[in-house]
Ligand binder design. Sequence first.
Ligand code: AMP
Ligand code: GLY
Length: 421
Amino acid sequence: MKVLVVGSGGREHALCWKLAQSPEVTKLYCTPGNAGIAQIAECLSGDPLEVARSIDADFVVIGPEVPLAAGLGDQLNAERFAYFGPDQRGAQIEASKTFCKELLRKYNIPTADFEAFDTAEAAKAYLSDRDSDMPVVVKANGLAAGKGVVVATSRHEALAAVDELTNIDLTYQDAASRQIVVEECLVGDEVSLIALTDGEYVLPLVPAQDHKRIGEGDTGANTGGMGCYSPVPAFTQELYEQTVTTILEPTIQALRAEGIEYRGALYAGLMLTSTGPKVLEFNCRFGDPETEVILPRLKSDLLPLLWACANTEGDLKNVTCEWTEQAAVGVVMASRGYPAPNYQKGQVITGLKDAANTGAVVFHAGTIQRDGDIVSSGGRVLCVTALGDNFLQARQHCYAAVERIHFEGVQYRRDIGWRCL
Ligand code: AMP
Ligand code: GLY
């Protein structure tokens, strides 16, 4: 089978890395890919639909949310290409916070209380009346690459957040994207639980915990994610089962009741509150860097799992999905200046082979090839993942590999997984 992966980040490198191990994949392509992906797949540039046509792809796996929200799935479907991911209507679960929140409210799926506003003025008028309910969470409705959320501890901060989020750059937008959502602030441990679904059957993967803040101890600005680990001890078997029966399954059923057959990956960002797990957000794709710790734990072939989501009616339940008991830790190595938009690029990366020789896997997130060197080209540059018999061993292996890699201005957190200690 000729498989095309769409995207260029660490998530797509992890997807390619796992798909490259599948006996069913005869040829692997990626568009646009990166310098790491180029070592295991043929990277092609251009419009993804045209790339799919040019190689006559048998299966297209769409990694990021932006092409999904823009309807790449629907376009592929119209030309009879098999693809992994929800269609444009399904992708609204991530692309429109109001779509997601209204769905959850209508079907009584646990989430924070919320109000949505068409204008900044309306949001501010609402906030001005509510002095006692701080902290409060202010969100941009559209896709903002992880930068569309402010947890405000005072009314002053909340009002400033409305102005900031009204003017934020969005990575994809439609008519409702400029709405502002104000939410109740939830407290607890955060967990990501991603499920595969064929629109009927829901197959949860192993959980992971991301570290979204740039600074150690989970401080400072929000990022796309600075590191991850799996499993998550705070997420007990009981909480896991509760999440599947009160959140994941009801959400797929709710979408179905609304006429949306949701196929692909459904990513639940959860807060483990004192009254049970609640939805912080849904994403319409695999997480990044969650995928970089989840897939190394998957013992089974990934291709049949993705294929069943896309092309069967409920057969996903019959596909083998086995996990190693080992723990995985992934540390993101980022560019100087990240997550500000003007981060440094073009730095030569050394020590990649040395790091790989430790047994760790170095996933590339933002790299390109230049004059025989691999150089940084993104805010998040690499995600280094290692397995171990337990969390501490995985973490030790991971940092041993990270320390062998260098580029000018590199920054990474030295405390990934601190909540496990
Ligand atoms: P989101 O993009 O919606 O996942 O939000 C990014 C981050 O903001 C989350 O990972 C949480 O840390 C935080 N956050 C979002 N919504 C809430 C909420 N209702 N209560 C508390 N924290 C939140
Ligand atoms: N790691 C957060 C995300 O993928 O949205």
